[in-house]
Ligand binder design. Structure first.
Ligand code: NAD
Ligand code: UD1
Length: 379
């Protein structure tokens, strides 16, 4: 990625959900860029160990990370964080993201993703912090009529999770109309995969992974016996679904570029950018790339299509390239290399490995002392 300049060293960024997969990689990037980073996370789907490793990877800048174990649904606690810091901008990752769970528990998703965001926006407004980067998703394109998806495609949510993304996008568009001081960038991620090249931080899903690469990774380390390939009769090169996989490190630099754009573009309004590579890769191509990286065969079984899946989705990337000065640098080889590096070094994610191969309750899910908090826990 190429951002167009350097951030001001004094700038302080609030990163919600910063202990999670994309948030931890982005928080690290922002620390390395020279920002002070304040993370709020409730550890619903993450753990303190990820933050310890971010501090370690940030080297001398690690001291500029401050953490609060706070739930965005707890408005008083969020307000306490704003009372303790001056934020120049907010990068908002915090949210629940499992599509199937959102169908089973829509209220949970609306409460967490929409109410949590409304709390954050109200408090930002009252503290005069009106610069936001929001984690949207390619899911808002629904079943696109053609590819690549450009940012002006019609929007359509297919499930409650997708609707929470669309609602928040619409809320930000309304907010900007009502108060033009707001500067918002909505980033629509395509399919984030891979891990930090050090193998110290990566994706650590709870339970059975829904997404392709976390599943492949768990087959590779022996936690699952085989991969189910959902559908082989799509109208694609080899009949399997095609997606735009993007290295999480490229997403991290994409956020850095988006923040720089927010700070330097007073009339940015509420602007959307796709973050993808612009290249489609099929399930079988992705599995083959992983097999090459890990030097092993991934047993697989062809199954029926997964309900709700589309055949082919990939991003138009020109807008982000032109306006953010950002372009994904990594291809599927690097994605699979880093995914395997993370998986082989951390077969059970952030949990200690289990010699008997059995999974235990996550040891890192909330509720214990926070060693790296510079601020008082605001819960
Ligand atoms: P993640 O689950 O790893 O990270 C989300 C973090 O938010 C977790 O650490 C979780 O504990 C925290 N969180 C959730 N609800 C919270 C709340 N109410 N208060 C405080 N913290 C809360 O997920 P991720 O993959 O890093 O995704 C980050 C964001 O990007 C999400 O909004 C997700 O919907 C969006 N997104 C993800 C993908 C993907 O495939 N990973 C694709 C498109 C968009
Ligand atoms: C999923 C989410 C979507 C989210 C996106 C990016 C669903 C229904 N959709 O979409 O909301 O924005 O991730 O994170 O969950 N596959 C297999 N076997 C598996 C898993 C997946 O063959 O075990 C296939 C799928 O059919 C698809 C491809 O792999 O063709 C990618 O699947 P996945 O990683 O779940 O991403 P999306 O389907 O793009």
């Amino acid at each position: 990625m190429v951002a167009n300049g350097q951030p001001h060293l004094e700038q302080c960024i609030l990163v919600t959900g910063g202990a999670g997969y994309i948030g931890s990689h982005t928080a690290l990037q922002l620390l390395l860029d020279g920002y002070t980073v304040v993370i709020v996370d409730n550890f619903d789907n993450s753990c303190e160990e990820a933050l310890q490793r971010v501090v370690e990877l940030a080297g001398k800048n690690g001291k500029n990370l401050i953490f609060y174990q706070v739930d965005l649904c707890n408005k008083d606690a969020v307000e306490n964080v704003f009372a303790s810091h001056h934020f120049d901008a907010v990068v908002h990752f915090a949210g629940l993201k499992a599509v199937g769970e959102s169908v089973a528990k829509p209220l949970l998703y609306y409460l967490n993703n929409v109410n949590g965001t409304l709390n954050l926006l109200e408090i930002m407004s009252s503290y005069g912090c009106k610069k936001l980067v929001f984690s949207s998703s390619a899911t808002v394109y629904g079943q696109p009529k053609s590819v690549p998806c450009t940012e002006d495609f019609p929007l359509q949510a297919m499930n409650p999770y997708g609707r929470t993304k669309l609602f928040v996008e619409d809320i930000m568009r309304d907010l900007h109309k009502a108060d033009p001081e707001w500067r918002t960038i909505l980033l629509r991620y395509f399919n984030p995969v891979g891990a930090h090249p050090s193998g110290r931080i990566g994706e650590d899903p709870r339970g059975i992974p829904n997404n392709l690469m976390p599943y492949v990774q768990q087959v590779a380390v022996g936690r699952r016996s085989e991969l189910s390939v959902f559908g082989s009769d799509y109208n694609t090169r080899d009949g399997t679904g095609v997606r735009d996989y993007i290295h999480v490190q490229d997403l991290a630099t994409g956020h850095s570029a988006a923040l720089f754009k927010l700070f330097t573009t007073p009339n940015i309004g509420c602007t959307v950018y796709n973050l993808g590579t612009g290249k489609g890769t099929s399930v079988l191509e992705m599995v083959a790339a992983f097999e090459k990286a890990a030097q092993m065969k991934i047993p697989l079984r062809i199954m029926d299509r997964r309900p709700g899946d589309c055949s082919e989705v990939y991003a138009a990337t020109e807008k982000a390239e032109k306006e953010l000065g950002w372009k994904a640098q990594n291809g599927i080889e690097e994605m699979c290399r880093d995914q395997w590096n993370w998986a082989s070094k951390n077969p059970f994610g952030y949990q200690p490995s289990h010699a008997d191969g059995k999974e235990s309750k996550p040891v890192c899910n909330g509720g214990h002392d926070l060693k790296i908090s510079n601020g008082a826990a605001a819960t």
